[in-house]
Design a protein around this ligand. Structure first.
Ligand SMILES: NC(=O)c1ccc[n+]([C@@H]2O[C@H](COP(=O)([O-])OP(=O)(O)OC[C@H]3O[C@@H](n4cnc5c(N)ncnc54)[C@H](O)[C@@H]3O)[C@@H](O)[C@H]2O)c1
Length: 440
């Protein structure tokens, strides 16, 4: 099938590449000329396990191409995937300007039947806006060309995006006409060979499903974070509580890990956007508002522990930081907990020595030439000259460190673990002072 993917970011690049992998002819468009240049020169603009080799393989096979040429991109695909960003607007609602711009481009240049697939996370009613934007452009041209608009929200997880796309738990398709439905079935047939994963529904339900999924996951995290904070006050151990409740099949173990707050490009903005959508519809989503408030507080939970230990004035102190990415296996730092902690530490006069396996280039881009942030080549090198360590991302390589070396390197031998990576007895046996989340 001929497919155009509009927006070649985390979702667009992964989707386009995986669709090429099963034999489709894919053209990826982006307005960011730099991104397209990197891809055309054989590089890759993001870190995502397994993606680079898959891009190279499909490029070499001639099934995957990259362009900034809007007209060529619209001409290419019968299926036009919109995978552009939907960042939060000032009021928290999803900013649809990129989605609408992509739709307008399709309307301006299309010359035959198109299925326009909304893959970006968009509020309920967006498919109607996309349909209207295309209609307006066609009318301006005096053209009458048929098209369908489909909602196909993406559930991939950064860090496991290729695997998630190739072996999806489910494929949600919101569609209201048979012609588009048939094409979507054909498109996804290779991804569901051993059992049906397609869940077909109306467009509005599909749009809401994506927000409902992220809101539910964020709720579990905020719930556990609040309980962890309470466990600290009560002298209970949240890790034991987690095991105690996760074993209930109605609850399950997933997404019950307390920590220093969720981040990333999805949960924070999607929780906000759903709250806003509800408000516009005359309903106050009280649970979700609390989820957001709890998370905003939780991003400063390590700061609170550091201040209680070292005082408000941290001038002259240096904190080593393990992890900058919002979660492991990605270089994405959007809304990362590390950013809140770094801002808090700098505001109190401290310096930071950070290490992350893949996100340091992104951190340099974000923080620029901030003289109080240094970057280390290894986790242990980050401890050189540092008073204490804060762990913010649960990268695998942080899981079994040499606690004796850590004790020897850190001036104050204190560890603040925002991801509960260790059994407290381990670092303590080496003489480290260990502070975790919700653990005695
Ligand atoms: N990142 C994730 O894990 C994830 C998962 C599921 C859903 N989503 C959703 O997918 C959407 C995209 O997210 P992302 O993380 O890939 O964003 P991203 O910022 O990485 O990529 C978006 C890309 O779209 C490009 N773009 C903007 N306007 C354009 C236009 N008119 N024409 C062509 N390209 C244009 C941008 O230059 C950028 O490269 C969002 O709605 C997001 O909520 C993201």
């Amino acid at each position: 099938m001929k497919i155009t993917v509009i927006g070649t970011g985390y979702v667009g690049l992964v989707s386009g590449t995986c669709l090429a992998e099963v034999g489709n002819d894919v053209l990826c468009l982006d307005v960011d000329a730099d991104k397209i240049r990197i891809l055309n020169e054989g590089g890759i603009p993001i870190y995502e396990p397994g993606l680079e080799a898959m891009v190279a393989r499909n490029k070499a096979a001639g099934r995957l191409r990259f362009t900034t040429d809007v007209e060529a991109a619209v001409a290419h695909g019968t299926l036009q995937f919109i995978a552009v960003g939907t960042p939060p607007d000032e009021d928290g609602s999803a900013d649809l300007q990129y989605v609408v711009a992509a739709a307008r481009n399709i309307g301006k240049h299309m010359n035959g039947y198109k299925v326009v697939v909304d893959k970006s996370t968009v509020p309920v009613g967006t498919a109607d806006k996309v349909r209207a934007a295309i209609a307006e452009e066609l009318e301006a041209r005096g053209a009458d060309i048929p098209y369908s608009v489909v909602s196909n929200p993406e559930f991939l997880k950064e860090g496991a995006a290729v695997e998630d796309f190739m072996k999806p738990d489910r494929i949600v398709v919101g569609v209201e006409d048979a012609r588009a439905m048939e094409l979507m079935r054909q498109l996804y047939a290779p991804f569901q060979r051993n059992h049906e994963r397609l869940i077909v529904m109306d467009v509005r339900s599909a749009e809401l499903t994506k927000y409902a999924a992220n809101a539910m996951l964020a709720t579990r995290i905020s719930f556990m974070n609040e309980l962890a904070n309470l466990a600290e006050k009560l002298g209970a151990d949240i890790e034991l509580v987690r095991r105690g409740i996760g074993s209930d099949p109605r609850i399950g173990f997933h997404f019950l890990y307390p920590g220093c707050g969720y981040g990333g490009s999805c949960f924070p903005k999607d929780v906000q956007a759903l709250t806003r959508t509800a408000r516009d519809a005359g309903q106050n989503l009280k649970v979700l508002q609390a989820v957001e408030d709890a998370n905003d507080d939780q991003k400063h939970v390590l700061t609170g522990k550091i201040v209680r230990r070292f005082g408000e004035n941290l001038a002259g102190k240096t904190f080593a930081l393990w992890g900058l990415a919002f979660k492991p296996n990605t270089d994405d730092m959007r809304e990362a907990a590390s950013r809140a902690l770094i801002a808090d530490l700098l505001a109190r006069g401290a310096s930071v020595r950070a290490y992350d396996p893949v996100a340091m280039h992104e951190a340099r881009r974000i923080f620029g030439a901030e003289p109080r942030i240094a970057y280390a080549d290894s986790p242990m090198a980050a401890l050189d000259g540092a008073d204490a360590l804060a762990i913010v991302t649960e990268w695998k390589e942080f899981r079994s460190p040499d606690f004796d070396t850590m004790k020897a390197k850190l001036k104050a031998a204190v560890v603040f673990d925002g991801r509960n990576l260790y059994e407290p007895g381990q670092p303590r046996a080496a003489g480290l002072e260990y502070h975790a989340i919700g653990r005695p």
